[in-house]
Design a protein around this ligand. Structure first.
Ligand code: ADP
Ligand code: MG
Length: 342
């Protein structure tokens, strides 16, 4: 279970009371907050708007969860993975999600791979029975994870026998994109979506300041500590970390972010990667992909593609952040931090 980030006055977690929000022109709108469980995590939303807006946010998230569940026999993803024919027509949102994810899969050369589901299953990350699969077992599964064989043309998906997808790496980011689309359509000027540490900011907070997003301290077991604070508006801020889901066997820790070339948890010297950009799918997908790539490859990727900013935390307790964040990312005092430049 993921915990929310809460710290001295930094608005990350929902507050319980409802109060009135007064905007500059004197127009009054209710300030709404909600917390609910979905997608295996605590979802927290605060916004200035109508009660129906916050209910709609919840519905968007729950509808997406119904579509991308790997275990619910009714879900669209279950239907994809249990298909009896190789060509399937996807719904519009799932086609959009897969299309956006595959764009990242290509540029990261498969570091983000939506076809790794058989590997995650072998490790038991999809169930409560976590285990270390044998080298033979992994070798037999790897050919079923060749993302180049996924063919998507508009809403038509063709997938060879034995291949299975999962959107674990991008679904929460995509949920925030769908919600942000809705909130913008409604003309909402102040909103914070926190989907289990995957955040999306719209406009400013109720005081008219940028939202302050705490970046989690990977070593703090209470999940409350921060290694820095980012000032944010109109963007996704999403972290992938090896501390999110893991188990230990014979003194070795195995986490849930997989390297598709080996079928093993990615070990690249990183403990967390935070991506900041306008698209939730891109931030979520790149946070996973750049974790798999490691600091050197990831910083080269940033130099080549740009269009996002990043904060990397390494196993030796250092942080590195891209120069676009220089004026708005504030590492906590005492943190060893270095700026990555072009
Ligand atoms: P979380 O949302 O749990 O913080 P991520 O966004 O990093 O984590 O996504 C991890 C999830 O994505 C895993 O639980 C698994 O379902 C899936 N996954 C693991 N490794 C990869 C990978 N290399 N590419 C795509 N999906 C992955
Ligand atoms: Mg991710």
């Amino acid at each position: 279970m993921k915990k929310n980030h809460m710290h001295r006055g930094i608005v990350l977690a929902g507050m319980i009371s409802l109060f009135l929000f007064v905007s500059g022109c004197g127009f009054m709108q209710a300030y709404q907050e909600i917390q609910f469980f979905a997608m295996d995590t605590l979802m927290q939303v605060e916004l200035s708007g109508k009660k129906s807006d916050i209910e709609q946010i919840r519905k968007i998230v729950e509808d997406l969860e119904d579509d991308v569940s790997v275990t619910d026999v009714q879900s669209e993803l279950y239907q994809i993975n249990h298909r009896t024919v190789s060509a399937i027509e996807l719904s519009k949102p799932i086609a959009r999600l897969l299309n956006e994810e595959l764009a990242i899969t290509e540029t990261t050369n498969g570091a983000l791979n939506p076809a790794l589901y058989p590997i995650s299953c072998a490790w038991g990350f999809t169930t409560d029975h976590k285990r270390v699969p044998s080298a033979e077992e992994l070798a037999a599964l790897l050919p079923k994870t060749d993302w180049r064989q996924i063919q998507l043309s508009n809403q038509n998906l063709t997938l060879p026998d034995g291949m299975e997808l999962d959107f674990g790496a991008t679904a929460k980011g995509f949920a925030s994109d769908l919600c942000a689309d809705y909130l913008r359509e409604q003309g909402i000027k102040h909103a914070l979506l926190n989907f289990g540490g995957n955040t999306y900011t719209i406009g400013t907070n109720k005081k008219g300041e940028y939202w302050k997003i705490g970046i989690r301290d990977p070593w703090d077991e209470t999940a409350q500590g921060m290694i820095g604070v980012l000032e944010s508006t109109n963007e996704a801020v999403i972290t992938s970390g090896s501390y999110e889901r893991y188990f230990e066997q014979d003194g070795v820790r195995y986490h849930h972010i997989m390297d598709g070339t080996t079928g093993l948890p990615a070990r690249t010297g990183l403990v967390s990667v935070t991506i900041v950009c306008e698209s939730g799918v891109k931030a979520d997908g790149l946070s996973t992909a750049l974790f798999v790539m490691g600091l050197d490859q990831a910083s080269n990727y940033w130099r080549q593609y740009k269009g996002f900013e990043a904060i990397f935390v390494t196993e030796d307790g250092k942080q590195y952040y891209t120069e676009g964040l220089e004026n708005r990312y504030h590492p906590t005092q005492g943190q060893k931090a270095e700026v990555i430049r072009l």
